[in-house]
Design a protein around this ligand. Structure first.
Ligand code: 173
Length: 500
């Protein structure tokens, strides 16, 4: 009998609930993970918490569906669980959780969301604390995170008039691919923390609205499921974290190319993952649990969800690897996370297809400057060297984009398109796919109006002389506090002192 045919009872699985013999159930299948405990990137404690039980709910947001089958030898796949006998981990519904569920039921109708900040405010109140902590967190005091948005307030418009604004067209071409707006959905990890369909919400909404989605290496959904969910001809990009094991990288990249991915965005700003304290605080609860204290392993669980699963990323990545990437794929290569003109020039000279001026949503180096500020510097330096404009080298910006005016400021300053990440996560965490669609519709409406008011019929007409960016390097906010945005953020919290 193969393990696929063998049926195991919940009682039998429940016996294997120790470090010496540890079985778990994931998606109706039973696995012996005893020998894997010490190899689990997130540590053994979290697995031991589910020893002998169904771990699917905990497993799903953090892992692509095939992670377990890829990492465990087939002999450790013991069989199927008899669904009637399975012992579910009954999660205690706390008073806070009940209140949260009430807030979900009473959330405002989608039509009341008028801008991207609204999704963020509603998501904050309806998401689980863990998901909010992970998505919203940023490095240290979250100053770069706030700056990403605030920097747009330092650019002002110089609109032109009397230009026949009956029709406006803001469609764009990004890496040769058509997009209805100069915006792409950038990569963000762990999509199922916010909604059971995870990144599929983005794929489907992008398909409907003619946008390009960048699939993250650390998606909660399997890569192939996200590709399969695209409409015929719907372009997708891939964000790549480079694994220390280059064989894994090579086969993943080549598989992506075979599946029709149109651009490879290599993340270059994360040789180590930043400390996001809001996320890290979430795991104190787990550390305190009796099972884990008994487990006795030394894996530090107080690092937050992202750090726990990021140990595979190679801190040794350097410019030589970019040359290697060109030998393994024909996809255009884009470096995501460039932060100075010096590196932008090196990238242009290295012959990559583009760069993303990004500080990873403020989640990596605190006091990294905003992408929009770096854009002004980079375009100036490239122009001096006759490297810009160059149809074979595109510049994108991400971080802090919340309004079509932000998008147009970036386009006027020389960007081909901008990436937006968190707002779409918040939109689907609060409302599922319709939330993302409404967010895209809002951006469309804002773009249409602002193109008219700016005096630009097409994106080609959105030129440098339409913006005054002279204050961009002044690191103070020149406008009163942005309350819509600011009210979504609480101050950093200090350590929780337990009552004795
Ligand atoms: O910003 C992130 O959280 C991120 O990029 C990441 C990296 C590794 C694991 C999980 C998330």
């Amino acid at each position: 009998m193969t393990s696929d045919e063998k049926i195991l009872s919940g009682d039998e699985v429940a016996k294997h609930n120790t470090r010496e013999s540890c079985w778990i159930i994931v998606h109706g299948k039973v696995y012996d993970v005893t020998d894997f405990l010490d190899d689990h990137p997130g540590g053994s404690r979290i697995i031991l918490k589910y020893a002998g039980k169904d771990a699917t709910e905990e497993y799903d947001p953090i892992h692509p569906p095939d992670a377990i089958t890829r990492n465990l030898h087939p002999s450790k796949h013991l069989g199927k669980i008899d669904p009637h006998s399975v012992k579910k981990v009954v999660k205690e519904i706390t008073a806070e959780e009940k209140e949260r569920q009430l807030r979900v039921e009473n959330r405002p109708p989608l039509t009341e969301c008028l801008n991207l900040h609204d999704f963020e405010a509603i998501a904050r109140s309806v998401m689980s604390e863990k998901a909010w902590a992970y998505y919203s967190s940023a490095a240290d005091d979250e100053i770069t995170h706030r700056e990403n948005h605030a920097a747009y307030h330092r650019i002002w418009f110089r609109p032109r008039v009397l230009r026949n604004m009956t029709n406006v067209d803001f469609s764009a071409t990004i890496l040769g691919q058509k997009s209805t707006m100069p915006i792409y959905i950038t990569a963000t990890a762990l999509g199922k923390l916010g909604h059971p369909d995870g990144e599929l919400n983005l794929t489907r909404a992008a398909g409907k609205y003619g946008l390009i989605q960048m699939i993250p290496t650390l998606a909660s959904c399997a890569f192939d499921d996200l590709v399969d969910a695209a409409q015929p001809g719907q372009p997708q990009f891939l964000q790549l974290y480079v694994n220390k094991n280059r064989e894994i990288v090579k086969s993943f990249v080549q598989h992506a190319e075979e599946r029709g991915i149109k651009g490879l965005f290599i993340t270059v700003d994360a040789p180590q993952l930043g400390r996001r304290e809001k996320d890290m605080r979430q795991n104190f609860e787990d550390i305190g649990s009796a099972v884990q204290q008994k487990a006795g392993d030394e894996v530090v669980r107080d690092q937050g969800a992202a750090r726990a699963i990021s140990t595979f990323i190679d801190p040794g990545l350097d410019w030589k690897d970019i040359t290697w990437f060109k030998t393994i794929t024909k996809m255009p290569i884009i470096l995501k996370g460039i932060q100075t003109w010096e590196d932008a020039v090196m990238a242009a000279e290295a012959g990559v297809a583009g760069i993303v001026l990004s500080n990873h949503g403020g989640r990596q180096l605190e006091f990294a400057r905003s992408g929009i500020e770096v854009l002004v510097e980079v375009v100036g330096a490239l122009k001096e060297r006759n490297l810009f404009p160059n149809p074979n080298f595109e510049i994108y910006v991400d971080g802090g984009v919340r309004r079509a005016t932000d998008v147009l400021k970036a386009i006027a300053s020389g960007a081909t398109a901008v990436g937006i990440g968190r707002p779409f996560l918040y939109a689907y965490s609060a409302y599922g796919q319709p939330g993302v669609e409404r967010a895209l519709q809002i951006l469309r409406d804002e773009l249409e109006m602002n193109m008219r008011l700016l005096g630009a019929q097409t994106l080609k007409d959105v030129v440098p002389s339409m913006v005054d960016a002279r204050s961009i390097t002044a690191h103070t906010t020149a406008v009163p506090e942005d309350r819509l945005y600011g009210s979504n953020y609480e101050g950093l919290q200090s350590a929780h002192i337990k009552e004795i």
